[in-house]
Write a protein that binds this ligand. Structure first.
Ligand SMILES: *Cc1c(COP(=O)(O)O)cnc(C)c1O
Length: 364
């Protein structure tokens, strides 16, 4: 077997144990003589998996009972539209603009024609930081943040305290650290970065917010439709939820989210130390206090501080030749990016650091 190190931002690395289990069960699920892909979503076989995934999320993420856990489709991107559709109740919606994904969410509020306000933005500095001293209005319909900015490599290390319900796009850092639910009213994520495969979107939402979505919201786009039917109103993305359930078991077997968080801090620290210790050859994009533990965006610099895109291209090419892919930065900022989600091993980080060291010696 020749498994490469995949530093891509998403879809991304899945734990090998999970892939192996899916492979073992693919054709004949638990001796039932069919694949889970072929099983009815109304069968007990499938419903057990569905309910187990929900209860594992509740257990591992310590989700209080007054929150619903929903499995939806349309990716995190559909949430950008569903949020204003369901949660805007005639007041103002407030957003923090910390990167392209926040901007896309703001655009959907605009399309809906609701009253919205951008309370803070780090656009002027190419989103190299999480805006500080955020002040949401107490009476806003909701307050919206992107907890981890996948492209720029910035992450909130503490959520703002709000009276208004706080909505968190955690698409690229879900399950990577424990959540203080006293501060969060809704958290959502497409599964394909840290929780499995594309096709399923996890929405964890306070029941009182679910109740806001009225009859004027199209049935499939109303949280209440899915909350009332345990996310079985229509056919859910069954295979994606099956993989999500395997990932949740993997998190549990790894010691839970606290243990995963500890590993994530260690992995990110090693990589940032390598960048900071390179004497200015590698320079991180994000301000130190805003650094993401999930996506490490950085550049190779010329001695005058400008980006050396020639060496960056060479780096990406040579890394690929030795089995490390996905290191090209997002097209909007260029440079390099290593996505080091939960499933990325310490061994992969060490291989990357060794390569970075060797590359620097050969090219400076
Ligand atoms: C990837 C990503 C999205 C978009 O997710 P889709 O499931 O492709 O719609 C939204 N927000 C963040 C923070 C992301 O990283």
């Amino acid at each position: 077997m020749n498994r490469i190190f995949n530093f891509g931002a998403g879809p991304s690395t899945i734990p090998l144990e999970v892939l192996e289990e899916a492979e073992r069960e693919l054709i004949d699920y638990k001796g039932e003589g069919l694949s889970i892909m072929e099983a009815s979503h109304r069968s007990k076989l499938y419903e057990d998996i569905h309910n187990e995934a929900i209860s594992l999320i509740r257990e591992l993420y310590r989700v209080p009972n007054d929150y619903d856990i929903l499995f939806l489709q349309g990716g995190a991107s559909l949430q950008f539209a569903m949020i204003p559709m369901n949660l805007s109740i005639g007041g103002v919606a407030e957003y923090i603009d910390s990167g392209s994904w926040s901007s896309k969410a703001i655009k959907e509020a605009k399309i809906q024609g609701i009253d919205y306000r951008v309370v803070a933005s780090s656009k002027d500095t190419l989103y190299d930081r999480i805006p500080q001293n955020i002040n949401f209005s107490d009476d806003a319909d909701y307050a919206y943040i992107t907890s981890n900015n996948t492209i720029y490599g910035t992450e909130y290390h503490e959520f703002p305290i709000t009276k208004a319900p706080l909505i968190v796009d955690a698409s690229s850092d879900i399950f990577s650290y424990p959540i203080d639910w006293s501060r969060v009213d809704m958290l959502f994520a497409g599964a394909q970065k840290n929780a499995g495969v594309s096709g399923v979107t996890i929405v964890i939402i306070k029941k009182e917010l679910v109740a806001r979505g009225g009859e004027n919201v199209p049935t499939m786009l109303r949280y209440k439709t899915h909350a009332d039917t345990n996310s079985l109103f229509n056919t859910p993305p069954t295979f994606g939820i099956y993989i999500l359930n395997l990932i949740l078991h993997w998190i549990k077997d790894s010691g839970g989210i606290e243990e995963i968080a500890k590993n994530n801090r260690k992995k990110a620290q090693l990589l940032y130390d390598a960048i900071d210790g390179s004497g200015g050859f590698y320079v991180g994009h994000a301000k130190r206090e805003s650094r993401s533990l999930m996506n490490v965006s950085y550049n190779i610099k010329n001695s005058d501080g400008t980006n050396n895109s020639h060496l960056e291209d060479k780096f990406i090419k040579e890394a690929k030749a030795i089995g490390m892919i996905g290191l090209k930065g997002h097209r909007s900022i260029g440079g390099l990016r290593a996505s080091i989600y939960n499933a990325m091993s310490l061994e992969a980080i060490e291989a990357l650091i060794n390569f970075m060291d060797k590359f620097q010696k050969e090219n400076s």
